[in-house]
Design a protein around this ligand. Structure first.
Ligand code: AMP
Ligand code: MG
Length: 423
């Protein structure tokens, strides 16, 4: 398949699934985490980072029984049979103050005023809501409705149990996870170092976005779009700039790129005379080129190599192809290098297809769609246009996958739309 393997560089097309597996396997997936290292950060800095160790609860949360309502702490038994016409009269034995431990236990026939979240005294096993009481003014509280034991309170450890693994290693930390850490008294967390991802654009025609293109020139679209995509997956993009279609220049850029943890080249990945990426990747070292050509549209001419233990991608230059193949093939690997699950459960929506879609059998296809709402129903409208037209992807909310064996989808069919990440 590669020159290193003795053959000429021709497409030997594999499926998306095969391409993903082959690179993850070459990187040692399923053995250990491939993250570069671990750093400890203040919890305020940890959103979106990947937890590097199981987080074990050192204590129960809550640490004491707490009321979940404003009302009166009671012994449930004392309220049995209470009703509007025959309330249970309990002696008001005090007020439980927020942030303070109860001073005395609750005796039989007594109640104590408590606010939401307040600590319950020994002897109390339920709370009556304020709305279900009256205060006649004689030092008693009239309870108009019975409560059962455990009603309107949380028990110690009901939220989190001491010794429990509350957050597993590899978790991409979300706001509630950081709340859990705070509840347990963790102010710093170990997270994996973010992988560095070098990004190289190739093509004699490319100029940086800040320059006015001359005749025949176009601005580099891919570098900044791919950098944002890398950041969205927890990577640190390293922009190495534009490289002309010149082997020496490309080799130099790749050498610099290999100082990072992953390299993404866009452009020059096909089999034309000016497509130099496959040849350059084949000479980077063992195991070399694993994939050249993936049965996917947009995006067929993708090259994936591993050299010095690092993944190196040659993505097609067409901006839509570059981003879709990033999403399908590079993203799982960046997540893996970040210490996270390469294949997370994706948020998707279901929609009715707004028109018929033809598709070639044997190629997995990803159709850009925008969404509209018709009553309770979402409708997915294919955004048509060639894969060089970046605005078509910008107009799309997400992608609909047409499996390789399908020859199309019919208007009105229900489809699953996966959002173009990060949402
Ligand atoms: P290639 O994959 O090099 O054959 O390029 C395919 C098409 O994508 C050509 O029209 C290129 O000009 C265009 N292209 C390649 N790289 C980029 C880029 N970084 N930004 C915008 N267009 C690009
Ligand atoms: Mg090119």
């Amino acid at each position: 398949m590669s020159e290193a393997a003795g053959g000429p560089l021709f497409f030997k097309v594999v499926t998306v699934e095969e391409a993903r597996r082959s690179v993850l396997e070459a990187l040692g997936w399923s053995t250990a985490s491939r993250a570069r290292g671990v750093e400890e950060l203040a919890i305020e800095e940890c959103a979106g980072r990947v937890l590097a160790a199981d987080l074990v609860a050192p204590e129960d949360v809550p640490g004491f029984p707490r009321s979940t309502v404003d009302g009166y702490a009671v012994r449930a038994q004392d309220t049995y049979g209470a009703g509007e016409s025959l309330p249970a009269y309990l002696v008001l034995a005090g007020e439980l103050r927020m942030g303070e431990a109860p001073e005395k236990p609750l005796g039989q026939g007594e109640c104590m005023a408590v606010a939401t979240g307040g600590a319950l005294p020994e002897g109390a096993d339920a709370v009556v809501m304020l709305e279900h009481t009256e205060t006649p003014g004689d030092g008693t509280v009239a309870v108009m409705r019975p409560v059962s034991p455990g009603e309107n309170l949380v028990r110690p450890g009901e939220d989190i149990r001491e010794g429990q693994v509350v957050l597993p290693r590899g978790r991409v930390l979300r706001p509630p996870d950081l709340g859990v850490a705070a509840a347990l008294g963790y102010t710093r967390l170990p997270v994996y170092a973010r992988p560095r991802v070098a990004i190289i654009s190739t093509g004699d025609e490319l100029v940086p976005p800040g320059e006015k293109p001359g005749p025949g020139q176009v601005r580099d679209v891919n570098a900044c779009a791919l950098a944002a995509a890398v950041r969205g997956e927890g990577g640190i993009p390293r922009l190495l700039g534009i490289v002309p279609d010149d082997r020496d220049a490309l080799d130099r850029a790749l050498r610099e790129g290999l100082e990072s943890d992953c390299v993404i080249v866009s452009g020059g990945s096909s089999v034309g005379a000016r497509d130099l990426v496959a040849g350059a990747l084949a000479e980077l070292g063992e195991p070399g080129v694993l994939v050249h050509g993936v049965a996917v549209r947009p995006g067929k001419p993708v090259i994936i190599a591993v050299a010095r233990g690092k993944p190196v991608y040659g993505l097609p230059g067409h901006p839509v192809s570059a981003l879709v193949t990033f999403y399908l093939l590079v993203r799982p690997v960046i997540r893996y290098l970040a210490g996270a699950d390469p294949f997370p459960v994706e948020p998707t929506v279901r929609a009715r297809l707004g028109r018929n879609l033809a598709s070639r059998a044997g190629v997995e296809e990803y159709v850009r769609v925008s969404l509209t709402r018709e009553g309770a129903q979402l409708v997915a409208h294919p955004v048509l246009g060639k894969s060089g037209l970046i605005s078509t992807l910008a107009r799309a909310w997400g992608l609909v996958r047409i499996p390789a064996e399908a020859t199309g989808l019919a208007e009105g069919e229900e489809v699953e739309v996966v959002a173009i990440p990060p949402l």
